[in-house]
Design a binder for this molecule. Structure first.
Ligand code: PNS
Length: 165
């Protein structure tokens, strides 16, 4: 049985992530979306529970996918889950340096774990959680780049930001 991990911060999950997930689900028997807990260098807008829930609510059409959170080193979590592959999305060339470094480090830590890169549909080449959050912090646009539950969550987040302080 081929098990792949699709790790990330998913702050929040976007249609680009879900597009990559669909592709991974066609290639592997099981795909575990692994949402990083405290072990990502990024400061998150959504707490861990919310990031996991926002992914989970979009898994209906992915029968062989599930979502979990993980802490510690990714390679250790992969071994615990008997996963032999890490899936990462690759959009523009600008992603490459960061992805290459991570893949090399993970290979250094566990030479049996393979990283594969999947390209999302080109309509998501410039979709990033970071830019989506900016759009919703400063405005309220339906971009069609995030699923409905994420749009709602972004709206209530920016509402909270605007009313606090
Ligand atoms: O979506 P992101 O933020 O690019 O995902 C980064 C993530 C969570 C995959 C990465 O930070 C990670 O693997 N964190 C776990 C800690 C770890 O194993 N670090 C070494 C990997 S080089």
């Amino acid at each position: 049985m081929s098990i792949a991990l699709y790790p990330g911060t998913f702050d929040p999950v976007t249609n680009g992530h879900l597009d990559v997930l669909s592709r991974a689900c066609r290639l592997f028997d099981e795909v575990i979306v692994a949402v990083s807990a405290e072990n990502s260098p990024k400061q998150t807008a959504f707490d861990l529970e919310t990031r996991v829930a926002l992914v989970r609510e979009n898994l209906e059409s992915h029968a062989n996918a599930k979502v979990e959170s993980f802490g510690g080193l990714l390679v250790d979590y992969a071994r615990k889950k008997s996963a032999s592959v890490l899936v990462r999305g690759l959009r523009a060339v600008s992603d490459f340096e960061y992805e290459f470094q991570m893949a090399q480090m993970n290979r250094h830590l566990d030479s049996e774990l393979e990283t594969i890169f999947l390209m999302p549909n080109e309509k998501y080449f410039y979709t990033s959680s970071q830019l989506i959050k900016q759009v919703h912090l400063y405005g309220d646009r339906e971009t069609n780049l995030v699923p409905r539950n994420v749009l709602d969550a972004l709206r209530s987040l920016s509402l909270k930001n605007k009313t606090s302080g």
